[in-house]
Ligand binder design. Structure first.
Ligand code: DX5
Ligand code: ZN
Length: 215
């Protein structure tokens, strides 16, 4: 069964507590929290005060996806306000090895995110230090975009690389996930699926989560 991580980016911010409680009561496993800085990605989402407010009500793992430049400047802060998993972009980290160590020292699980254009081969010598790899199946910055099918290939390659190195690194996928794309991803070995608009855009988000969980 895949881990399901609803992305709060697609929630109703005027009813954030209601949507958090829906996730708490659902079969979802994690809260996926998208932080965007308007520099690494064209969009700005939300920052620390909003995450602190989410943490007050969220009863599940907080999976924080940092779409920001120089994420090393804020790792301790995100850990302190409630992140359990912190993922940083390969494309945003000059000293990725050091940043992953910093995340672990702060008491969190550490993950690396790859944009659609970044090949999984860049992970060869850093995979051993990753608790998780997050493959973007859309260009980061916005919810509701079309799934890039090339990602299926990348999951297959990454899974082989993980097995070859004898690791148990998790594979998470983010962007355009629905029942059709989710099934293809799980079949290739994806462990965790992020879903934003597919969950919150549905009139029964909780039932939608349950369906994803069955993949
Ligand atoms: C995009 C974010 C995603 C986004 C996914 O930059 O990282 O987490 O919320 O949204 P959907 O599921 O609508 O593609
Ligand atoms: Zn995300």
């Amino acid at each position: 069964m895949p881990i399901i991580a609803p992305s709060l980016l697609a929630s109703d911010f005027t009813n954030l507590q209601r949507d958090i409680e829906m996730v708490n009561a659902s079969e979802a496993d994690w809260f996926h929290i998208d932080v965007m800085d308007g520099v690494f990605v064209p969009n700005i989402s939300f920052g620390m005060p909003v995450i602190q407010a989410i943490k007050k009500h969220a009863k599940k793992t907080m999976d924080v996806h940092l779409m920001i430049v120089q994420p090393e400047r804020y790792i301790e802060t995100f850990a302190k306000i409630g992140a359990d998993i912190i993922t940083v972009h390969h494309e945003a980290c000059t000293h990725l090895h050091r940043t992953l160590a910093q995340i672990k020292e702060a008491g969190c699980k550490a993950g690396v995110v790859l944009n659609p254009a970044t090949p999984v081969s860049v992970l060869e010598d850093i995979l051993v230090d990753c608790d998780m790899v997050l493959l973007m199946s859309v260009n980061p910055g916005y919810g509701g975009q079309k799934f890039i099918y090339k990602t299926i290939d990348k999951v297959k390659k990454l899974k082989a690389m993980i097995q070859e190195q004898g690791l148990d690194t998790m594979i998470e996928i983010d962007g355009g996930v629905n029942l059709e794309t989710g099934k293809l991803l799980v079949d290739e070995g994806a462990d965790a699926l992020v879903a934003g608009s597919f969950v919150f855009g549905n009139e029964d988000p909780s039932a939608t989560i349950a369906k994803l969980k069955e993949l």
